[in-house]
Write a protein that binds this ligand. Structure first.
Ligand code: FDA
Length: 407
């Protein structure tokens, strides 16, 4: 669908200006316009919904069948409750169904588009168009001021050489992940300008990099295996781990990155579905001459067992020769691999940003600033980050709805 590009050359008035035509901004704009409210949606990019298009490997994991506060991280874990209850996953699924968009459940309740993420962007743009939202792209907002005037125009914006006024201003500029897709710190700067606290942002749902000692693991690049990974705080995830050239990735790793703190180690169980000692003891009785490497190759990718042998983490012996001490050592490094990341790949590769506008500054029912009447923050710019699995988009839809409903 073509998006209309508007050039603004004169002072303009809108009931509501939304900054950021991503998931939250687009949805909020349509919800407001549906009620006859004049909405202008401004974005710095040349396209709306760029992150949606990239999401879910191009197929947008737009929500999850099971959504609850336990799937989100925030200084205040209760903050998400009200918005998630008022507009939940079923409400968004109903909209997707209304537009006849084919979707499927990939795993563990994760809903993806069958044809591609463009379907979700088209749907949001169609909703905006249907209710008359003005979408202005390539907008450079250089200043935002609050005004104390009786005529109801509470905010003045300077952009692209012109001035605009509005009664309510909604900041939906997202987090810092993927600067190449237009991410900026604008939302945090506006919050700070108006005296609101911002929790220091950091990259989340992000791959880890190897420290010097583990750089040899880059030989395993491309290998994926099911693991259970546990962070120091006790949170763990069972899913796939992927070795990359530079570190560890895959869904289990992205999920745990939300809970990892710099300098901490992770405990990785490389064989969560069975006990390695029991397996080898059983096999030793049946095939004592079988070499340890070959026995392990039945459970793990060959490249991995070869690396273990090369690094002398395992010995080139038969199962009959395997001592209880060696069994114990194997159990330690297979079930309790202690991996200390050097760091993360940062915003360049992160799916979300943790931290953001402090939830204590906002009403959880309306997303409006407690300090500045008419100023709202929705989506990822707020200190709410979801797990992998459609939870971040659901937060975008739910917070956008709560905000629109309250204006
Ligand atoms: P979003 O980032 O979508 O939109 C912000 C908008 O504001 C952008 O259009 C940006 O250009 C604009 N903007 C920024 N600064 C501006 C400024 N100064 N002036 C004007 N405009 C400005 N989540 C999920 O639930 N399922 C998934 O499958 C995925 N997959 C995924 C893949 C990849 C590669 C990434 C990077 C992220 C995901 N996510 C995800 C996360 C999800 O994309 C993200 O949480 C939402 O897009 C957040 O929606 P927002 O509308 O808050 O921000």
């Amino acid at each position: 669908m073509e998006t209309k590009i508007t050039t603004m050359s004169e002072a303009n008035f809108s009931d509501v200006i939304i900054i950021g035509a991503g998931a939250a901004g687009l949805f909020c704009a349509a919800q407001l316009a549906k009620r006859g409210i004049r909405v202008s949606l401004l974005d710095n990019g040349k396209k709306a919904g760029r992150k949606i298009l990239m999401s879910g490997g191009g197929f947008c994991n737009f929500t999850n069948l099971e959504v609850g506060p336990q799937h989100y991280l925030s200084r205040n874990p209760h903050f998400v409750k009200s918005a998630l209850a008022r507009f939940n996953q079923w409400d968004f699924i109903a909209l997707v169904a209304e537009y006849g968009i084919p979707y499927y459940e990939k795993e563990a309740g994760q809903l993806f588009c069958q044809r591609g993420a463009q379907d979700i962007v088209d749907m949001l743009l169609a909703e905006c168009k249907k209710y008359g939202v003005e979408i202005a792209l390539r907008q450079h907002i250089s200043a935002v001021e609050s005004m104390h005037e009786a005529d109801g125009n509470r905010f003045k914006l300077e952009l692209n050489g012109s001035v605009r006024y509005c009664r309510d201003l909604v900041i939906a500029t997202g987090g810092l992940s993927m600067p190449g897709l237009g991410a900026t710190a604008f939302g945090y700067q506006i919050a700070q300008q108006f005296g609101m606290e911002v929790i220091a942002p950091r990259a989340a749902l992000v791959p880890f990099t190897y420290c010097e000692a583990d750089k040899g693991l880059s030989l395993l690049s491309g290998i994926s295996l099911p693991v259970q990974v546990t962070a120091s705080c006790g949170q763990s995830f069972t899913n796939a781990l992927l070795f990359t050239h530079r570190g560890l990735s895959g869904p289990a790793i992205l999920q745990i990155s939300n809970y990892w703190q710099p300098n901490e180690s992770l405990a990785i169980d490389l064989l969560p579905q069975q006990n390695i000692s029991e397996y080898l003891q059983h096999l030793r009785r049946e095939a004592p001459k079988l070499h340890l490497k070959n026995a392990l190759s039945r459970l793990f990718p060959k490249k991995l067992t070869e690396l273990w042998l090369e690094r002398q983490w395992i010995e080139d012996i038969s199962l009959a020769e395997l001592s209880n001490f060696q069994l114990h050592r194997l159990e330690e490094f297979i079930h309790h691999w202690c991996f200390k990341p050097n760091g993360t790949e940062g915003y360049r590769s992160a799916e979300v940003t943790q931290g953001g506008v402090d939830t204590r500054e906002l009403s959880s029912k309306t997303m409006e600033s407690r300090k500045v009447a008419g100023l709202h923050f929705i989506g990822e710019v707020v200190d709410v980050a979801g797990w992998l699995g459609g939870y971040n988009f659901q937060w975008a839809w739910s917070s956008a709805y709560a905000c629109a409903d309250a204006i």
